[in-house]
Design a protein. Structure first.
Lengths: 139, 139, 139, 139
């Protein structure tokens, strides 16, 4: 489990004045990348040097409260299931100033050879990292 | 049912060279807005003048094939269920050049008073529009 | 000279409710890409197949009126100067509903080998295209 | 003078694999907002509560080196000129890992009543803050 904070930016809200719903997935991806900081070189080296990435095959979001410009989102990410090549990640996004749950997300990603865009075996260090963050009871 | 086309822009791909997964939801929202073009003034007048919007409470995405810069996405939107204040929309995103299904999305939105950010009754013209696009079999 | 129209999207405004200033440059790039539709395969083939792009080395923007959600921007692009490897493009962005000038932009780009990220000679077809759109009097 | 660090995100690069040029202005705005953290409540309270903002009237960018996914940008912002209602800000964006200058930006903003979108007098605390960061020799 890992929690990051991210403040809603001036340009991330929509014409209704709240964080645009698609950007919750961007926030989740941000937390996933920070999870991979546990690997040497992080997600940057994994994708850009080793050419292995974790594209999404499934995304589920439940939105329960809006986030406005300036709100700080606390994004907690855990691994909820580890398959052969795929992984399920769970996220809780909480509004910091009042502790209200803003969203929960489920995100299934697949270990992928980025040059061929085909699934590939999960490297041992990736599996170890994701296992260390396993929390089957999350999000 | 309504289908729009949208070309993947230069700045919409990610470091893996494919449409960033969160942007599929943006594409879906674009199609939803075009659906509302059936109302006088479209989604713009609904949100900015009448101050009624349709924020998401749930989003499900299944990603099945990548989209690259320049690919044309054909986004088909239908109403799949109409509740009292909520509506379920279904989307299919197809890669135009080869007809491959790139993603399907389910999107539940709630009629909302944007000044108070509380759910409100669905106006009759909104209900009529969404009913006209009802296709319970979509996807 | 080429003019495109682009409607300000729900998610493109900022917390002040107007098109975020950085997105004017995105709109300009969109018009530049449409200019390159005059080449076989457009900017997509130029960058992705021939691996030649036109990254910016300079950008000047004058903002004179805001654009709001739903406003249609008319973006006119011209070539204003053609150098050996660089080109200056000028843009005028006009708010369609009242004809008010929203912004003018100057944009210098350099013919670049995208694999090495170094400037390269301008291909003859690119030069011919840009010459056809030359209007030294444009902003 | 204030310097912030911001890492280039997975979804911020373009199809050429480098930070999309319009996003440099977003990075600059981010630094400007951090400058306003010197006010009580920051830029958030200024815009959302006091309804005073600083929209751009002019932006100049010189791009000198690309930024790639994972690169850390060091963004230094200073006030370069303070007028009656307008302010000029200068920015230097340096690539952290090798110290190379990636871009310099000049950015003129105007104190604006956000409800009427008209220029207004600069509040004393805003002027004091901007004066404290004055460095006429920047960007």
């Amino acid at each position: 489990m890992l929690t990051i904070e991210r403040q809603v930016r001036f340009e991330e809200v929509d014409a209704a004045g709240i964080l645009f719903f698609a950007r919750y997935a961007t926030y989740a991806h941000d937390a996933m990348e920070r999870l991979f900081d546990g690997l040497a070189g992080g997600y940057v080296a994994l994708t850009m040097k080793r050419r292995i990435g974790m594209p999404a095959v499934r995304l589920n979001c439940q939105f329960s409260a809006p986030l406005r410009y300036g709100d700080i989102a606390c994004i907690t990410v855990s691994t909820t299931r580890i398959g052969n090549r795929s992984v399920e990640l769970g996220y809780r996004i909480v509004r910091k100033h009042d502790g209200v749950l803003a969203a929960t997300l489920g995100h299934t990603v697949v270990t992928t050879d980025l040059d061929r865009l085909r699934s590939c075996d999960m490297p041992a260090d990736v599996r170890a990292l994701l296992t260390a963050h396993l929390d089957a009871a999350a999000p």
